[in-house]
Design a protein around this ligand. Sequence first.
Ligand code: BES
Ligand code: ZN
Ligand code: ZN
Length: 481
Amino acid sequence: MPVPVDFAQYIDVNADKFIQRLSDAVAIPSISSDAARRSDVIKMAHWLNSQLNALGVETRLADVGTQEIEGRVLPLPPAILGRIGSDPKKKTVLIYGHFDVQPAEKSDGWDTDPFTLVVHPTNGQLIGRGASDDKGPILGWLNVLQYHHQQKKELPVNLKFCFEGMEEFGSEGLDELVVKESKLGGWFEGVDCMCISDNYWLNSRTPCLTYGLRGIVYFKVNVTGPSRDLHSGVFGRMVHEPMTDLVALMSKLVDVKGNILIPGVDDMVSIADAEERCIYENLDYSIADVEQAAGASIALSSDKVEVLMGRMRHPSLSLHGIEGGFSGVGAKTVIPASVSGKFSIRLVPPQTPEAVEPLVISYLQDEFAKLGSKNKLTVENLHGGRPWIADFKHWNFEAAIRATKATPAIYKREPDLTREGGSIPVTLTFSESLGVNIVLLPMGRGDDGAHSTNEKLDRSNFIEGSKLLGAYLYEVAAVTA
Ligand code: BES
Ligand code: ZN
Ligand code: ZN
């Protein structure tokens, strides 16, 4: 079944209405990591649920339990399970996306209010938190549904949906739901393949499909000593200071070249041979791309292959911050009583959070013992997710490649095949419990600034990307396997 002739035109004609809908979605500050915003994440779930219902999708709001955060027990936002069509002659595609977003404040350096979608007057960029990660792509699917609903066109495949509101905070509760609903008689029964639109092109020119994601394991290292904050003039050089101990520890995790110093962690991963290096050599990418996206000339190497492998096929360790230390304005002369360092390690196969955690904990304890400090050390594992890698020779990828080549404007070309450095922890759970192929079909570009200030989605990526998602469904329907 080819894509209906009026599909692309419908998307073009309704583009402004689709942008208005994205603006409505961005206006709900559904920040999953902020306890004070939990009601907004729940509001967002209900908003999306009613949009789906209005477009003919049957849904169930699945309770995924509660969470302890900032000393309070909070309800987790429901996951939305949806389905439309049950024709046994058609393929069934499962779509995943997340409707929660990262925190954003104008004072972080945004040019405009992060939760008011702004259409840039000259370049058409749609600027707002979640525009690219991941409200734009979710709304892309709604645009496809709307065409079929309003024009009374049958969908080429049966669709199932799983939209969640805790992805940016480790997808709490979702693994259990996915495992349960993948069983016989569960919501996902009969799924043939899966598509996730929740990542970005490698650069700002070439579309891509993605067949790998890194996993993650996130740690909080606490050093405590005095029973309360102390005056540095009174106690300085008299006592062991928690911040001094913590900074010494944090400095032993990774070197300035990115090498992970925890014994055994880097060694778990094989060294790329010449054939594998070729994959990275052939990607449309340059050092200028990483430096443009980072906003400064700070690439770790001038060798494009090394830089790309650093993101896609090696683990990385990043230091995120220190909680409890003095971070306000002014020059307070305090010795903080208790400080916590936060860092995470991105994982690649065969690494898992379970295999890496003991190495990290024993290394931190050994290094702490070497300091000879009388302060106390504790290490917490805040969350984790395993890496995922897919077979890109599968018909699901072939369908996505054909759709990319057939979609006009910014697409109409062979996509790059990439692995991603980021994590969508539930991907491996889906792949293992359903046993189906998963393709990542991104909508946004490499310079969208997901998680950063002035996050944007180009208008062309939103509109043409909606056409791409639609075309993908027709290409899956055409597969005879
Ligand atoms: N959309 C991203 C995942 C992603 C990031 C894919 C970068 C490709 C490149 C997702 O919303 C995300 O940010 N995930 C978190 C997960 C973490 C909190 C467990 C991440 O990667 O930091
Ligand atoms: Zn995302
Ligand atoms: Zn994200």
